[in-house]
Design a protein. Structure first.
Length: 107
């Protein structure tokens, strides 16, 4: 794979906490990194849960190797939000890594 294959811009987000004036916290998602990726759909399915139809889909995002991404983060791309489910660990010699995400859309 060459750098030209990374033709989609994705945003990696992490959860942050902001202190409210009443002493509590609000959790929001903030941009951690914006990177180029190769995006491929892996699978999709339809299921009924709690009387609602959901259509989750699994995608693989191939990006330049990074050591600071965790499963607690998420990816936004193409108007969708993808929970990171798996990070393919690679050796320090590898230029690229795979990050698998799941998008669940209620219909």
């Amino acid at each position: 794979m060459g750098p030209g294959d990374l033709d989609q811009r994705i945003v990696i987000e992490r959860k942050t906490q902001t202190r409210r004036s009443d002493g509590g916290y609000d959790e929001t998602w903030a941009t951690f990194a914006t990177v180029w990726a190769k995006v491929r759909p892996l699978s999709g399915r339809e299921r009924t849960q709690a009387d609602a139809v959901e259509a989750p889909a699994d995608y693989r995002f191939t990006i330049r190797r990074r050591s600071n991404i965790t499963e607690a983060m998420r990816i936004t791309w193409g108007g969708g939000v993808f929970n990171i489910r798996f990070i393919g660990l690679t050796s320090a010699r590898e230029l690229y890594m795979d990050v698998d995400g799941e998008r669940s859309v209620a219909t």
